[in-house]
Design a protein around this ligand. Sequence first.
Ligand SMILES: Nc1ncnc2c1ncn2[C@@H]1O[C@H](COP(=O)(O)OP(=O)(O)OP(=O)(O)O)[C@@H](O)[C@H]1O
Ligand SMILES: [Mg+2]
Length: 494
Amino acid sequence: MHHIAKRFPGVHALDDVDFEVRPGEVHALLGENGAGKSTLIKIMAGVHAQDDGEYLVDGEPVEPGSPRAAHAGGVSVVFQELSQVESLSVAENVFFGRLPRTRYGTVDRSTLHRETVRLLHVVGLAIEPTARLGFLSVAQRQLVEIAKALSMDAKVIAMDEPTSALSYAEIETLFSLIGRLTEQGVGIVYVSHKLDELFRICDRITVLRDGRKVGEVRTGEVTREELVRLMVGRRLDSLFPRIERTVADSPALLEVRGLTSAMVRDITFSVRAGEVVGFSGLMGSGRTELARALFGLDRATGAVLLAGRPVPRNSSAKAAVRGIGYVPEDRKEHGLILVSTIRDNITLTVLRGLSRGGQVNRAKERGVARDVIERLRIKARSAEQQVAALSGGNQQKVTLARWLIKEDLKVLILDEPTRGVDVNSKSEIYRLVATIAERGVAVVVMSSEMPELLSLCDRIHVLRDGVLVDEYDHAEATQEKLMTSAIGHALGDG
Ligand SMILES: Nc1ncnc2c1ncn2[C@@H]1O[C@H](COP(=O)(O)OP(=O)(O)OP(=O)(O)O)[C@@H](O)[C@H]1O
Ligand SMILES: [Mg+2]
């Protein structure tokens, strides 16, 4: 790709960007939220046409803005926001638009089945090809997307934050898959905010900042600090400093006793006002399910008490009225109204407080929205922009913003609060969560990222197979201890 430029109304998403990937190479794209990574990938995929510049595969120009031409050239993309058909089977999604046919023109079910079984095996996904996609987890869907890319015999596979929803084991499977693909000469374009991953699997890293290429480095010749400085344009002292807070020795604000749902069993814990309590555990250990049961989204038995008073069970509406907030893991499905403006999405939870006699004070509303957009560094043209036009990480910040401004909040449940958020904004989100806690809110954080829990939480519980197995005070918690508890035996024991 030479001198690629792409403008959207009001933003120069890409400006004079050069990018190449060679056979057998893993070339990463790194940059803050909104830097232009996904836009470049969408141009590779033919989803967007560049306004300027050349896009070549094997020396041949690829017709701009044509997904078909990109496929024909051998470029396959696993997108950040998965675009799958939930009502279809896994196999039908893998071969969407390219279903194998029999001599009679009907769908060749046996080939479809056999090929899908083979591909699912390659990506390490143990599910039936006939399973409905809608029943799969985000992680599983991501692997289905990779299986789809493999099915096209691609020369280049671009992956836009493929590991953001994968468990440790699944990430290992993906990495060994990437290793095998590069051995066969496939070029990989890899987007991730997780620097550890880039150092492990990438040969080169191209850094984008505000749509411009600010550097291209060989992985072996750069440090984390240098990468972050390139991304952010300045030095950051420490990536995730622990935010020291003192939690008053008060009685529990949130008390959970024997909470049991289809996915979690007999969960008992408490959180004091001002305390941040984290939940660690492998994928499938029940983190999200615990959050859902807690907020009343899934049917559960047991008791949830707020300041000693029971919160009516199985009603998220009643939980919200009592001052419980919830930021779900899947922002698209439960979090955001994509076709609405940023302002509407943010102020949704506080409109009542901004109103008088049924009239919303619009000036005040705009002020609140502008303020939190600035504090969270949400990259947008204005508060009136549609959420759908924001980059992935910035959408995540909008879901958080909504709760950060709610004044009568008592409990905040966060499920993967920084998925897809760049390193700099991550530490800002941590600071904001700390600020909320300091106001006396009891915060519950579910996270697959152990550094996140270690930096944010006063105490960390570990979930395994739907039950709480261990609890650590922040002073004694380490990644290794959390991992050991999560898998049930020490690392290296097989
Ligand atoms: N369809 C669109 N319409 C208008 N603006 C867009 C559109 N898609 C992207 N943008 C803007 O282009 C810029 C680059 O966005 P892009 O999605 O490429 O960022 P990114 O580097 O992938 O960020 P993230 O790490 O958050 O995924 C952002 O300012 C974004 O708001
Ligand atoms: Mg992106």
